[in-house]
Design a protein. Structure first.
Length: 362
């Protein structure tokens, strides 16, 4: 059976959840998908780095609390993350990048992705920074090195928005996208609507694994700004920079505003959109809107998100599902790995030393 060796860069909520999926459901997934997964390297700012080219035993790591994990002292472990060395030198097929999203310049994740592609490794990432800010250049680099970069989780976590647009809406003219694209802010607005305190709702979203490391990115709309850029660039063929996307978050909306809106049959939502103009340009923005209760996006509650595509032949097509969550986002990485397998199964068979003949195992 074919096997892919993975290097996990960042071992927080999402990559830990991917490791859990592999540890708990690896055999079942292998039967269903026709390939096996093995983790050969992990790096993390806090835990350090751990390498075992024969495959890391994940169970003891997953039994240790996230804040307690330290690789120093383990065989193959080091207190330093050694990202560049691990990404470039450890023999892995796929690098799963899930470090913090940096909305300013995407670093250091842009470098992580670049090192991996230059080393001829496929990349799957949930990190919005590299995709929104340097996506075009990184995709070109991937093509030059004959590898793939996949990033379904960068928009709506595991809900397949980008792949739906790419694969299932081809042939349609998409004229715009609009949606609720941040699980944390949508969760907070709902909790405040139910009477909770804003700051307490932020803390809840953090505990549930929805929020960014710095939740300002969720609350002030930076996260949606990056997602709007990704959608506009991928789906509308734009080349937007952050300054092209008007941004306003939800921090200016008070509990009173939310209550008044409910009394009037309205619901506050943080809405991101990108619309193609008649001159071919794209207008993009993120801002809170008080939507009438019968608006299709008004009923999208909690960490649920939705993206509506405006098309010429089908009218509006909406994809809805989880917008955040550790396991939901780990699924995005799995779906990326499946996409890589589907695209490169034959090259992997020809060139990889990680192909194990079924016959050898009886
Ligand atoms: N949690 C979610 O629902 C979703 C998260 N994402 C994105 O996925 C990425 C990961 O998210 P989470 O796992 O939730 O975040 P997290 O904050 O739980 O984990 C990030 C991990 O990366 C590590 N890290 C940060 N910088 C590093 C560096 N330079 N080198 C090595 N390790 C580093 C941190 O120590 C931390 O353990 C983020 O970019 C986030 O924006 C995307 C979609 C949904
Ligand atoms: N913090 C983000 C996570 C996914 O991108 C969100 O809340 O949507």
């Amino acid at each position: 059976m074919r096997r892919y060796d993975l290097a996990l860069i960042g071992f927080g909520g999402v990559n830990r959840a991917l490791a859990e999926l592999i540890a708990e459901r690896g055999d079942e997934l292998a039967d269903e998908l026709g390939f096996a997964l093995r983790v050969v390297a992990i790096t993390d700012l806090r835990a350090g780095s751990l390498v075992d080219v024969e495959g890391i035993d994940l169970a003891p790591l997953l039994a240790t609390g996230p804040g307690e994990l330290a690789f120093a002292g383990m065989e193959g472990g080091n207190a330093d993350p050694r990202n560049e060395w691990v990404i470039r030198e450890v023999p892995a097929d796929i690098v799963a990048e899930a470090t913090f999203t940096n909305p300013a310049d995407g670093e250091p994740a842009v470098s992580h992705v670049r090192w991996a592609l230059e080393a001829g490794k496929h990349v799957c990432t949930t990190n919005k920074g590299p995709v929104a800010l340097r996506g075009r250049e990184l995709k070109e680099l991937a093509v030059r090195h004959g590898v793939s970069i996949e990033f379904e989780g960068a928009v709506l976590s595991g809900t397949p928005v980008l792949r739906t647009a790419e694969r299932l809406l081809s042939g349609l003219r998409i004229t715009g996208v609009e949606g609720i694209m941040n699980g944390t802010s949508n969760f907070i607005l709902g909790r405040v609507e139910d009477g909770a305190d804003f700051e307490a709702a932020v803390k809840e979203a953090q505990d549930l694994g929805y929020a960014e490391a710095d939740p300002t990115a969720d609350v002030e709309g930076h996260d949606v700004q990056l997602k709007v850029m990704i959608l506009a660039n991928e789906v509308l063929g734009a080349d937007l920079r952050p300054e092209d996307v008007f941004r306003e978050g939800i921090s200016g909306i008070t509990a009173e505003d939310i209550k008044d809106a409910v009394d009037k049959g309205l619901r506050w939502k943080l809405v991101g959109s990108a619309t193609r103009r008649s001159d071919g340009g794209v207008d993009a923005r993120v801002a809170p809107m008080a939507l009438p209760a019968d608006h299709p996006l008004a009923g999208i509650a909690g960490p649920l998100n939705a993206v509506a595509f405006r098309t010429d032949l089908l009218g509006t097509v909406t994809v809805s599902g989880p917008g955040a969550g550790r396991i939901e986002t780990a699924y995005a990485l799995l779906s990326d790995i499946i996409a890589i397998h589907q695209r490169h199964a034959n090259d992997a068979a020809a060139s990889s030393g990680h192909v194990v003949e079924e016959a050898l195992h009886g």
